[in-house]
Design a binder for this molecule. Structure first.
Ligand code: 3HC
Length: 315
């Protein structure tokens, strides 16, 4: 029996037809998309901070230029995703209020400090590597604006991951001190990167419905396992050691078995008690306040252009 109000919606989902902003959709579908897309956008914007910390200390002009380009990309990803969220009837100001008030989540990974230059490598390699793993399936999300934003974003993520791996490779093949710095960064970023994929499927509140609605195509645990399988091989190329004494190739399953994730740490960081949560939110709120004059000037300019256009039409 086709549901009278959302029949069209259910059929479109069943036939893998993209849902567009003007289509009818269940309120919960809209709500979970606003939740996920806005938190994704917040993650991109907050994610600029740990890397911004190293722009003035990049070891060469080339590294500085590459890092600047990556950070600018992340800002653009955030704006793209806020625009995708706005097509669902929420305003950017509402979304930013939710971030600044601490109500909205963003990826826990960005609440860890970037302590050395090797962290720029580990973030690009591991964090953007995990982001690619999670975002490529989102290019086929059922909601059109989100899926299309992901296509553009994933192209840029590949550059982010490669530049990070290159930094790690130079350090890991460098002096003993450089190799130690790379291993230290891997030790500190490995487990938080696995947490990026979210809780185990059995503890995930959203996965089942998100997969029914074809927002999420692959579950948290399957994506995490894919990431581990790929990244452990890359770690061998670097000649570094994955900080997991239980990591073991399982010939039966054809995947790596790995140790238990510290979910108490994960939820503690998600709840706002990570090493940098307060610092990150303060930085975002300060940037928002400092940028008020730019927003006002842009709005004044837009108003003037609109008035001039209307005067021309009236003349
Ligand atoms: N950090 C913070 N919160 C997290 C989290 C994490 N790593 N993983 C899960 N959560 C939250 C979820 O948001 C959810 O809370 P909510 O219902 O209040 O939103 C709760 O924990 C339970 O998790 P679920 O698995 O049920 O939630 P989802 O089905 O939404 O799955 C997700 C979580 C896999 C992160 C999914 O939201 C997703 O794919 N989001 C889009 C991708 C994304 O946001 N990636 C974050 C990093 S962006 C990035 O790295 C950019 C790169 O350029 C650097």
């Amino acid at each position: 029996m086709v549901d009278a109000i959302h029949g069209d919606f259910e059929q479109k989902i069943a036939n893998d037809i993209t849902i567009e902003p003007r289509d009818t959709m269940p309120d919960d579908y809209r709500k979970t998309l606003i939740r996920q897309i806005s938190q994704h956008a917040h993650s991109e914007i907050v994610g600029m901070l740990p890397e911004g910390n190293w722009v003035t200390r990049a070891p060469s002009l080339r590294r500085k230029a590459v890092l600047l380009a990556k950070i600018q990309d992340e800002g653009g990803h955030g704006l793209y995703l806020y625009s995708a969220a706005e097509t669902l009837g929420v305003t950017r100001d509402e979304l930013l209020d939710q971030l600044h008030s601490g109500k909205a989540k963003y990826s826990s990974i960005f609440n860890y400090p970037s302590l050395t230059w090797a962290d720029m490598g580990a973030i690009g390699w591991l964090v953007d590597g995990a982001a690619i793993m999670n975002q490529v399936p989102l290019c086929r999300a059922s909601y059109g604006p989100y899926a299309r934003a992901m296509v553009r974003i994933c192209k840029e993520e590949s550059f982010h991951q490669r530049q990070g791996f290159e930094i790690m490779h130079v350090l890991a093949k460098g002096t003993e001190v450089q190799k130690k710095m790379a291993q230290d960064a891997l030790n500190r970023w490995w487990w938080p990167a696995l947490m990026m994929f979210g809780p185990h499927d059995s503890d995930s509140t959203n996965t089942e419905q998100s997969m029914k609605w074809r927002i999420k195509r692959i579950s948290n645990d399957d994506l995490r396992r894919k990431f581990v399988d790929v990244t452990v091989e890359q770690t061998k190329v670097l000649g570094l050691t994955v900080p997991d004494k239980d990591l073991m190739w399982n010939a039966e399953t054809g995947h790596y078995d790995f140790g238990a994730i510290n979910w108490a740490e994960f939820w503690n960081v998600v709840k706002g008690n990570g090493p940098c949560n307060k610092q990150r939110l303060e930085a975002r709120k300060a940037a928002w306040q400092k940028g008020e004059w730019v927003r006002e000037a842009a709005m004044a300019h837009a108003e003037k252009r609109k008035a001039r256009k209307e005067a021309l039409v009236a003349a």
